[in-house]
Design a protein around this ligand. Structure first.
Ligand code: MN
Ligand code: MN
Length: 435
């Protein structure tokens, strides 16, 4: 009904009355049709502005009235988690593509020693730039030695792990990391992850390839199991009987004894220990890049973690009610991992497509490249989430900063507000605004 009204032509009778002309009395040969046409042009913007305002009011009212009732079946737990999907804000429109997924609805590969599951382009089709894997290793358990086509960025979510990574020059990096710390392993370099004493660990891996799959990594076990034994004898000096004892199929995740001390592993490596390139970053000990009463942001990219040449992070903490300000990113899509708390996000794409969704811990959010968005903490505690990008340098464009840089006449022409109102907005990018 609202669409029909906004699409209909302005009423000629209304225009005639408003203009004060008596069309029938004219003697200059101007036909009624051409007069109405001219008047319609002059009045169209006023009429359509009024119609738009009316449509907005109707949409807002309809959201609360009978129109929103749902007498049929409903998935109540799901709707309770996502009130903005059930009853979208009246400003939502159309479908800009999926912006939400959750690790908690993906297939989980459970093995002795831990588990893994992933959110890739297959689960979240708009995620072309990055894919994520969430993995658990109990104390001592390994993610088998492996390598892959994509760069690997990681953050420890709980516990501790020992990681190793060997360079083509034969030097090996080894380090222990704990909750909040990061690692970055470039494509093709063989690496390992092992859960440490206590309760092992859980971490998030992010790959710079939306189509990446944790099932398509190169594994030490599979390499050796598919080389003829006589070649293994020539290459390693191991007999056929010894080859038979190698794992016949992949280990992937498996239990093992806890390692010795980090110092012992480093002493074992001696002159082959890599010390120049840091493949880990103790981000848990870093001060935030921005801090305000509404929360804080820690940005890690190739400027403060040089090995991370293709994946950048902004870790955002929002106090209750605070928002990550309205902005977009000029260098690609944003892949989010929600660590703690709850919030909502609206994504506004081209052709006025807008979608609002609610998010919780272990969810993944996706903002298509360049699309405007904000994030609001809708919970009673802190909200913590990661903004991830396939880029060497973190970048964003703040809408408040853009408006502040517009000369007065330009700003007024576009926003159609009094200048005093326009200039009440923050005059720079604050990243986070309190609730
Ligand atoms: Mn890996
Ligand atoms: Mn963002």
């Amino acid at each position: 009904m609202a669409d029909e009204e906004s699409a209909s032509a302005p009423q000629p009778a209304t225009l005639t009355r408003a203009s004060g002309f008596d069309v029938s009395a004219r003697s200059d040969g101007l036909t009624r049709r051409s007069f109405v046409g001219t008047a319609a042009l002059a009045g169209a913007s006023l009429i359509s502005a009024a119609a738009t305002a009316q449509n907005r009011q109707q949409a807002e009212a309809g959201r609360k009235g009978d129109s929103a009732s749902d007498p049929g079946p409903e998935n109540h737990p799901l709707l309770a988690e996502n009130p903005n999907a059930n009853l979208p804000p009246f400003t939502d429109r159309g479908n800009p593509g999926s912006v939400w997924y959750s690790f908690d609805v993906t297939p989980k590969r459970l093995e002795a020693g831990g588990w893994t599951h992933q959110v890739t382009e297959r689960e979240l089709p708009s995620s072309k730039d990055l894919a994520g894997v969430n993995m658990r290793l109990t104390a001592g358990s390994f993610r088998e030695l492996h390598w892959h086509l994509a760069d690997e960025w990681a953050i420890m979510l709980a516990g501790k792990a020992r990681v190793t990574n060997m360079q083509p020059d034969g030097k090996m990096f080894v380090d222990d990391i704990e909750t909040g710390d990061l690692w970055y392993f470039p494509a093709g370099l063989p690496h390992s992850i092992q859960g440490l004493e206590g309760d092992g660990c859980e971490f998030l891996l992010v790959f710079d390839q939306g189509s990446f799959s944790e099932d398509t990594t190169f594994l030490l076990s599979e390499l050796l199991a598919h080389i003829p034994p006589e070649i293994i004898r020539k290459n390693m000096g191991w007999t056929r009987a010894e080859w038979d004892q190698l794992p016949p199929e992949q280990l992937y995740i498996f239990p093992a004894n806890l390692p010795g001390s980090l110092e012992a592993d480093r002493q074992f490596l001696g002159k082959h220990l890599e010390t120049r390139t840091q493949y880990t970053l103790k981000a848990s000990k870093m001060p935030p890049t921005f801090k305000s009463p509404g929360g804080e942001v820690l940005i890690v990219d190739s400027t403060n973690f040089p090995v991370a040449t293709n994946i950048a992070m902004a870790q955002v903490t929002l106090r209750p009610g605070a928002i990550r300000e309205l902005h977009w990113h000029p260098n690609g899509s944003e892949w989010q991992y929600w660590i703690k708390g709850q919030g909502r996000m609206t994504v506004v794409s081209t052709e006025a497509k807008a979608r609002t969704m609610d998010f919780h811990a272990n969810d993944v959010g996706l903002v298509p490249s360049m699309a405007g968005h904000y994030i609001e903490n809708t919970g009673s505690g802190d909200l913590v989430f990661l903004e991830m990008f396939k880029t060497a340098r973190y970048q964003d464009v703040s809408v408040n900063e853009w408006i502040a840089r517009m000369p007065d006449k330009m700003a007024q022409a576009h926003l159609q507000l009094p200048l005093s109102t326009i200039r009440r907005a923050p005059q720079s990018s604050l990243k986070i605004l309190p609730g």
